[in-house]
Design a protein around this ligand. Structure first.
Ligand SMILES: [Zn+2]
Length: 197
């Protein structure tokens, strides 16, 4: 259809979540028709973000500062840490403004089938944070899947002996997890109705 530059652009865009080949072509065309106002600013923003953004060494969130803006925010409740699977889940909770404490991104769940063990998750950093002191409650906000439930059980068995209260989010979590797909009201209700784990 176009030259190799256009085909390559469409091919890369089509790999993005939510964009198939058809919408990738539309996005590429839109950009190519306005290179100065759409394409070059986007390209510059992408290069800048790729260079500057890194996982936070404390919580695993993505930010251009390490520790991230949440870990260093003096207005947040540092006694409560919410454990989530992915940065997408953290962003969903932040967008809904339902959690005023800190976070910890686990990076997945334990999975016997997927061959994911504790060493593959961001778990030792969590116990290190608890051992530093100052944390009273750990909220487990993992998805309501078999792996999510297994992981919450595993975490709670290891965190409770460290002297923190461990809770898990209540009803309303979707089967299959993914906090990202929940609306703000459901997220708030799930967090409010947390119970001891
Ligand atoms: Zn952080």
């Amino acid at each position: 259809m176009g030259g190799p530059e256009i085909e390559r652009l469409i091919g890369l865009l089509a790999k993005l979540p939510g964009l198939g080949p058809r919408s990738a072509r539309r996005a590429a065309l839109k950009m190519l028709q306005q290179p100065e106002t759409r394409m070059l600013p986007l390209a510059a923003a992408m290069v800048e973000a790729a260079r500057a953004v890194k996982p936070c060494g404390r919580c695993g969130n993505l930010d251009s500062h390490d520790p991230c803006f949440i870990c260093t925010d003096p207005h947040r409740d540092r006694t409560i840490v919410c454990v989530v699977e992915t940065v997408g889940d953290l962003w969903a909770l932040e967008r809904a403004s339902v959690h005023r404490g800190l976070y910890h991104v686990l990076g997945g769940t334990l999975s016997a089938l997927g061959g994911i063990g504790p060493q593959d998750l961001n778990f030792s950093a969590l116990t290190a944070r608890v051992a530093e002191g100052g944390i009273d409650e750990i909220i487990l906000a993992l998805g309501a899947t078999v792996d999510g439930a297994t992981t919450m059980h595993w975490l709670s068995e290891r965190l409770k002996p460290l002297g923190v209260s461990v809770t898990r989010v209540g009803q309303g979590m979707p089967i299959g997890g993914a906090l990202e797909v929940l609306d703000d009201g459901t997220l708030a209700a799930a967090l409010r109705s947390r119970r001891p784990s």
